[in-house]
Design a protein around this ligand. Structure first.
Ligand code: NAI
Ligand SMILES: NCC(=O)COP(=O)(O)O
Length: 353
């Protein structure tokens, strides 16, 4: 297989139309030429309106998936059109457009699976409006893509920009951080029951394999958080560590995985401990992500591991308060695009070898 001359094609879904996704896409296209051929998936009329609103002239080029995508050029944005269900205004959510948002994801997934794109990057969607529109059980891109790709398990990993391209094993306690989650979008009340030995084993095996595959870490060392304060204090503050996490880690260590823990999350997230490991597995969303966002909000990306395609995303949400003003920071989207390009490049090298 020949590597693409102008970088891989990446499908960039433009996200919730009332949020900052469309304008971040335009800011990205208006900036310096990228190392990938980014194709926006969204409504061309919406993009033209937002470009005028934020005063960033961008030439839109409508294409169909599979048609040749020109080399990246500042000021040019190829688009695979998906029609809004109704006109959208910044900051005003409309349930009618939830189907539009999901259709952009479907178009991107199909393009990746058909080989028309080397990966997909997602601008933020609004989970609440998708649910309000009647898509019961929708909890986010991560789970939607798992189901769309027909896999049983995926892993959400967020990484700060400085950790994304770190090829060496370990990093030295600066702001570089990779945090994966054992559970993603669950009410806190349901978290403890969701942490089973079987789930933890699947998550850790995917994390181990994809740290090798995508980050080039030959022998990943993973630190695993406890669920309870002080990792359960020997069973006095909760038994999940003794009954579930420790037995799972012991079994996986027998298979050669390098796992530390379960460790108390409060002290695990300190430079001395982080310096020893390649990634941290947090037990739930708000155990791991506040630390990651403190370390690198706006300079980090979200990666879905375990999919048969490359998917990266931003580290933030729809920021309805900023939409339409042209002041949202495109930093995380840049990181997500560059990372997806890198991953797609690696993927094509693997499949060509
Ligand atoms: N990848 C995705 O699709 C994600 C979607 N979301 C969704 O976004 C919606 C809103 O979530 P929130 O918790 O309010 O988080 P949010 O990230 O949208 O906003 C939190 C704060 O960060 C600021 N902010 C966010 N992105 C920014 C940027 N690029 N530049 C400058 N400031 C920025 C906002 O103005 C706000 O003050 C929810 O429905 C949530 O589920 C949240 C995270 C990721
Ligand atoms: N906080 C991360 C987040 O909500 C990302 O969700 P997803 O839409 O990428 O699954």
């Amino acid at each position: 297989m020949t590597l693409p001359a102008h970088g891989p094609v990446l499908a960039l879904t433009t996200g919730e139309p009332a949020g900052i996704g469309p304008e971040l896409t335009l800011l990205l296209a208006a900036g310096k030429a990228l190392s990938a051929r980014v194709v926006a998936v969204g409504d061309p009329q919406l993009l033209a309106e937002r470009a005028a609103m934020i005063e960033r002239p961008v030439e839109l080029l409508e294409l169909a998936p599979g048609e040749p995508v020109p080399p990246p050029r500042a000021g040019l944005l190829p688009v695979w059109p998906v029609a809004l269900r109704e006109p959208s205004l910044p900051g005003r959510l409309a349930t009618a457009n939830a189907g539009y948002v999901l259709e952009t994801l479907d178009v991107a997934v199909r393009a990746c699976l058909a080989g028309h794109a080397g990966g997909m990057v997602t601008a933020p969607l609004h989970k609440g409006v998708v649910l309000d529109a009647g898509h019961a059980g929708f909890t986010g891109h991560t789970e939607y893509l798992r189901d769309a790709c027909g896999v049983d398990e995926v892993v959400m990993l967020l990484a700060t920009g400085s950790a994304l391209h770190a090829r060496e094993a370990g990093w030295r306690g600066n702001a570089a951080l990779r945090v994966a989650l054992a559970t993603t979008h669950l009410p806190l009340r349901e978290v403890a029951d969701a942490i089973t030995e079987a789930r933890l084993e699947r998550i850790l095996r995917i994390l181990h394999a994809d740290l090798q595959r995508w980050f080039g870490v030959a022998r990943p060392r993973i630190a695993v958080c406890g669920l309870n304060p002080h990792a359960g204090e020997g069973g006095h503050l909760g038994r999940e560590e003794l009954d579930v996490i420790i037995p799972c880690l012991e079994r996986l260590r027998e298979d050669g995985l390098l796992l530390d823990g379960p460790l108390p999350a409060d002290t695990l997230f300190t430079p001395r401990h982080l310096a020893e490991v390649d990634a941290v597995l947090a037990m739930y969303h708000d155990q791991g992500l506040p630390v990651l966002k403190y370390a690198g909000f706006g300079r980090a990306a979200n990666i879905t591991l375990g999919l048969p395609l490359v998917r990266t995303s931003v580290d933030h949400g729809t920021a309805l308060d900023l939409a339409g003003r042209g002041i949202a920071d495109p930093g995380s989207l840049c990181v997500a695009v560059e990372l997806a390009a890198d991953m797609a490049h690696r993927g094509s090298m693997v499949s060509s070898s």
